[in-house]
Design a binder for this molecule. Sequence first.
Ligand code: GTP
Ligand code: MG
Length: 497
Amino acid sequence: MTSSSSPSQDTERFAHTSPERLRADALMEEDVAWSHEIDGERDGDQFDRSERAALRRVAGLSTELEDVTEVEYRQLRLERVVLVGVWTTGTVQDSENSLAELAALAETAGALVLDGVIQRRDKPDAATYIGSGKAYELRDIVLETGADTVICDGELSPGQLIHLEDVVKVKVIDRTALILDIFAQHAKSREGKAQVALAQMQYMLPRLRGWGQSLSRQMGGGKGGGLATRGPGETKIETDRRRIREKMAKMRREIAEMKTGREIKRQERKRHRVPSVAIAGYTNAGKSSLLNRLTGAGVLVENALFATLDPTVRRAETPSGRLYTLADTVGFVRHLPHHLVEAFRSTMEEVGESDLILHVVDGSHPAPEEQLAAVREVIRDVGATDVPEIVVINKADAADPLTLQRLMRMEKRSIAVSARTGKGIQELLALIDNELPRPSVEVEALVPYTHGKLVARAHDEGEVISEEHTPEGTLLKARVHEELAADLAPYVPAQAV
Ligand SMILES: Nc1nc2c(ncn2[C@@H]2O[C@H](COP(=O)(O)OP(=O)(O)OP(=O)(O)O)[C@@H](O)[C@H]2O)c(=O)[nH]1
Ligand SMILES: [Mg+2]
């Protein structure tokens, strides 16, 4: 990532020669796009064009709202992109890391990253996100590179997106839209898809652009006011908004129902007192790799962000033979769109209700501390602060030993492992064994051989201290939970009670 150093005369050259032509082209294309929308005809190309002209949303919405989910799930056809960030605090390194992460996100969404620029400012420009001079430089870069999309490293207001698009003449999207898009591409389960769709609609609602506004743009009338904005377009947009709200309400109800199903399963696990461990952490930290390493599960591992969106739960066993469940979770990322946190709240709440969190962090990343902090922010956000946590510093094989030492000093309960080579995994398993809640009741029972199932349960659900086969049955000494203790009660010899 380099800061743009385009000489200012370049900026001027373009500013004086080409805007009219560009503007004319853009308007012509816009006309074409609109006429298709009015006809209600859409295919891939028009999507692209209308996306560019109107943030990819209007085409689907201003014709048939029934299609809204289909429209939203569609991959954002980002092909050639230029990244832009505003650097307000921290070091150059911080801002470059952030842009590098944006590049990884863009690539995950299927885009080719051509260039990236960062502007140093006290705060983003209220009108165009980057300063207006920089916006023209950005347009030069877009022209030079032949980019078709600009991605901003932040959440932009609807107005900022529109204004910046007006200058750079290609589609402008923000980090939030990009992350939403990746989630939409990756969600597999019905619940995951519904959650993403809900978040997308929420994001989209204030950003709907209809006829009115676009007409006023075409007439050079600027924003906010004028006849055109009060025309039929306005009514149309209001109708669309209302219908989206209705759809969102329906979606919320559906998600709530799906949550009930998951809740029942979780209660079931709770009733059987199987302790649960949640693997949480920054995206690409190696959570799925760790799950695979710990349980032999074949969960998708990819060097891509947000490879996992649907939580996988696996059964696992501690070295001492206790059963527990191990859940892989959605990765976190800095500036995770608020709507997504909201939408995934129920999934994330599972992290909060587990008995132990394995917080995985990529030890080979340039800024692992930031990742730890970003994840903890979300954990706090969903109110999961009182669950014990083990910090699992992964990718020890690729990490700088000094970084590992620094992290281990900083994090009291931490361990360095490599899901790839298996280093540290035995120690981690022992740590998990230690940290899992212990069954509370110690019992001694003589279990008849006809009730062998009770002995098996003591092995699975509790901790067997000793076991002896006598002519009358199995003499069992174990720590078990209350429910199993009650089931064993009939076989407790009188003197032991
Ligand atoms: N060098 C090294 N690479 C690893 C290790 N563990 C995982 N990786 C790599 O890191 C990348 C991400 O691994 P995943 O297990 O998919 O990460 P994740 O945290 O589940 O990622 P998301 O589901 O996308 O959030 C893959 O390319 C893995 O091969 C490790 O111990 N060492
Ligand atoms: Mg994963």
